[in-house]
Design a protein around this ligand. Sequence first.
Ligand code: ADP
Length: 430
Amino acid sequence: MSFSREIVSALVLGVIALLVGIPTGTTGWALFIGSLLWIALQVLEFRKLSRWSGQPLTTPPNASPSWYNVSITPYRLLQRERGRSRRFLARMREVLGLVEVIPDAVIIMTPSGEIENFNAAASDLLNLNHDDLGLTLASVVRNPHFVAMLREEADDTLIEFTSPLDSDKTLEARLFHVEGGRIVVIVRDISELNRLLTMRQSFVANVSHELRTPLTVVAGYLEIIVDEQQDADLRLGLVNKLTSPLARIRSLVEDLLLLSRLESTPMPAQLDPISMHAMIQSAVNEVNGIAHSPEQISVHCTSTQTVPGLEQELYSVCVNLLSNAIRYSPEGTPVKVSWEEVEPGLSRLSVEDGGVGIAPEHISRITERFYRVDMADARTRGGTGLGLAIVKHVLRRHDSELKVESTLGEGSTFFCEFRSPEAHPVQAIL
Ligand code: ADP
């Protein structure tokens, strides 16, 4: 259709030339001028096309359909490609944004090992900055293990090395080859993971150690008890002696189970108000069994504040703090347990003893599982080494924390504070 229009325009010009040329006897000239006019029109269209080709993203300007058709097809192709590029760029920005927020360092290198790009975490973990772009990663991070990994370029190799910024931190690096020959290095901080692994290992070692001693005693006694050649009185006497190591194993297992329950069970949404007076009194009654005299523990409960919580857990806090106060105090030293209001809506539970006290360097560690200030002394004083770890967990679940004031040789006060629920500001959704 458009092609025929071009022919029509040529024919119209020819006819006009003939109409002008025949009567005047200048047909040749008229046809010549007509042709020149037609060529001029085409040159004009061609120039529009050639100007447009410098900016092919604008709409083609050709008025003549055949010339217009020459430009509209590449123009549409270009528009489609432009849309695709836009979508691709948006996706790239999204991916780069994600890479930017991940806590692991991501470094992209050229096939020859120069740094091409990196995220914010790479600056934090490896101290990379924009001046390092274009340098080789091995020349910026000079750790020998890291450099060896970069040199070997083996895919998915995992290495650990010390942070170049903080010698207490351990980093883990991994290398990948990606499309286009580029190399991606991912580095993450594994100090916390290592610390947890070490904690787990030492916890398992501690549990085994704590259980081994009473189990060895039980096994030794049992060997004699089942030996019929042994004296009957001796064997009967040993049966009674089994009670103490078995009680120790039982309290260890109970404390371990309680700790694991505290860590794995969430607090119920609805909590009963616990009367601290009654609870403290029953804890005192229980601990009086190990007290040096019934008068050793004095009770001072002046606050009437109740604590929303789990009675059994709060009871274990009182029993643990009171039994520690007795076990780490010389005979006859008074122990005082108080429940007092320190300010309106805030009451303090405290257990004060005049015992051995704790040196400042140990205070931050006494709530660690199985940590004892004096390991040798632990055997004679009893206890599982888990008491304060349990107290710490229970208090955390009850929005409180354990605090200690202690002077070596003079005694300690362990205390925690509970805010009354009514004292919390009321929040309302309007
Ligand atoms: P244990 O069963 O060994 O008493 P805990 O977790 O209850 O374990 O206490 C950890 C360590 O803290 C104890 O081994 C002891 O060294 C120290 N400790 C706890 N309470 C007192 C206290 N009232 N006076 C002095 N030292 C204490």
